[in-house]
Design a protein. Structure first.
Ligand code: KIV
Ligand code: ZN
Length: 510
């Protein structure tokens, strides 16, 4: 494809800035591998100077990703840029992404610098980045509220200093599509040497317009879209990867350009990010929501049966939603499980497959049909959470109309076994009291929700919790056919994420 749109995914950086969405290195690697596999052009793997955990995750992703460019974010200060260069040094295609604010309001109140000083910071930081890496992106933070002529000057300076991509962020989600496309056009027409760089946009969704603004920018010549899976990100989130990719694919004549993403990987990717972060997508979310391809009205169903194109502008298979899902059961063998997991995008090692197969058999004994959602939950719990501090070993509940709810819990804490019993207002309360006592944690439960993973009374319960301790917030997720066990797993998962945050204090946030 000539003149394609590069997809720059920031799920692991801006996406991770969603409240409670912190991920450990193993989880980030799993997502990065999948992004690479579906053909994402650039993966923003993190902000290496923010914490040791971020540095480690970016370094590991840089080592393991095969085809995508691996990018690290750095503020426009030498220390950040040097740390970033170290973190990405083993990538086959590394990129440094450095940024500085450009709007009058940021310069006056936040940076307390004038335009000439900021121009110099941009020049020096891009030049240093270019000394350390051939591929450099420069972002003018709060570009959509920046004087357009100053924006062109700062971009011209960045290109002269060696930037190869120029990013126009709508940092606060203030832009409106027709104005934003005018700004992008203005930058393209009024920045000298613009032909030496790719023009990029990075939109936030505060007014629900991130995708619309991104598409408006592409229509006038932007050729890199910064996006996140499921649209997660700071505040109301970032532009949704799946929506931009599918808009370009569904309306090729309108945009005259497109991406090289394998769209059949979009739905599994969305599920992976949901299971890892615990951030659910709303049922009516475009492309990947549970109802995105569900036709309720009789007249629509009739049309679909006669010709799907009467009411469907995209086929569900195109985004990897296979309506005729293979259901596994207790007679399914290791080979069938392995093959099916591969189709879902999980290429497990022999050792990992052994663990998952054992748990799959245990689950199939409890429930007749094991669905894709069950398998995803199993892989997440058994494979991705290997670095957990706390693990549930045993849970026994006594409850009913005539007894006070009691939970007996056995856990391992860094491989040391502890046991205890506690009462509560109900079985979940008793379980949470017991876990809190055993772990010595004092988290506050901010949110608790239970849903069914699939249909039927034997469906696994999926519990999501949001916990706060010492000013840190984490989400936890757990699944099990027994909802009390699922609740315990979710709570423990949240506590493990809080432990990770305590051990990896964030030094800087964008
Ligand atoms: O929203 C923003 O401006 C950012 C920059 C770091 C690109 O995330
Ligand atoms: Zn952002």
């Amino acid at each position: 494809m000539n003149d394609k749109v590069f997809i720059f995914d920031t799920t692991l950086r801006d996406g991770e800035q969603s409240p409670g969405a912190s991920m450990n290195t193993g989880e980030k690697l799993r997502i990065a591998t999948r992004l690479d596999k579906i053909g994402v052009d650039i993966i923003e793997a993190g902000f290496p100077a923010a914490s040791e955990g971020d540095f480690e995750a970016v370094s590991k992703i840089a080592e393991q990703v095969k085809d995508s460019i691996v990018c690290g974010l750095a503020r426009a200060v030498p220390e950040d840029i040097e740390i970033c260069a170290k973190a990405i040094k083993n990538a086959s295609q590394p990129r440094i992404h450095t940024f500085v604010s450009s709007s009058e309001i940021h310069l006056k109140y936040q940076m307390k610098k004038n335009q000439e000083e900021v121009l110099e910071i941009a020049r020096e930081s891009v030049a240093l980045s270019r000394n350390l890496c051939d591929n450099v992106e420069f972002s003018a933070m709060d570009a959509s509220r920046t004087d357009p002529d100053y924006l062109c000057r700062i971009f011209e300076t960045a290109i002269d200093a060696g930037a190869t991509t120029l990013n126009i962020p709508d940092t606060v989600g203030y832009a409106i599509p027709h104005e934003f496309s005018e700004l992008v056009k203005y930058v393209i027409n009024n920045t000298a040497n613009i032909d030496k760089a790719v023009v990029s946009v990075h939109c936030h969704n505060d007014l629900g317009l991130a995708v619309a603004n991104t598409l408006a920018a592409i229509a006038v010549g932007a050729r890199q879209a910064e996006v996140a899976v499921n649209g997660i990100g700071e505040r109301a989130g970032n532009t949704s990867l799946e929506e931009v990719v599918m808009a370009l694919k569904t309306r090729p004549g309108t945009f005259n350009t497109g991406t090289t993403i394998d769209t059949t990987g979009l739905y599994p990717l969305s599920r992976l990010v949901t299971t890892i972060t615990g951030i659910m997508v709303q049922p009516n979310k475009a492309i990947v929501g549970a109802n995105a391809f569900a036709h309720e009205a009789g007249i629509h169903q009739d049309g679909i049966l006669k010709n799907p194109m009467t009411y469907e502008i995209m086929r569900p298979e195109t985004v990897g939603l296979n309506k005729n899902k293979l259901v596994l059961g207790k007679h399914s063998g290791r080979h069938a499980l392995h093959t099916h997991l591969k189709e879902l995008g999980y290429d497990l090692s022999d050792e990992e497959l052994k663990i998952v197969f054992k748990e799959f058999k245990a689950l199939a004994d409890k429930k007749k049909n094991v669905h894709d959602e069950d398998l995803e939950a199993l892989v997440t719990e058994e494979i991705l959470r290997t670095t957990d501090v706390f693990r549930l070993e045993y849970l026994h509940i006594t409850c009913g109309t005539t007894v006070s709810p009691t939970a007996a819990v056995e856990m391992s804490i860094n491989d040391r076994t502890v046991k205890g019993t506690a009462n509560g207002n109900g079985p979940i309360d008793a379980t949470y009291n017991s876990i809190a006592e055993l772990t010595g944690t004092e988290s506050e439960l901010l949110r608790f929700s239970v849903t069914a993973l699939t249909g039927g009374t034997d469906a696994q319960g999926e519990v999501t919790v949001r916990l706060r301790e010492q000013g840190l917030v984490a989400l936890g997720r757990g699944t099990d056919p027994d909802i009390i066990t699922a609740s315990a797993k979710a709570y423990i998962n949240g506590l493990n994420r809080l432990e990770y945050l305590k051990e990896n204090p964030v030094k800087a946030k964008v």
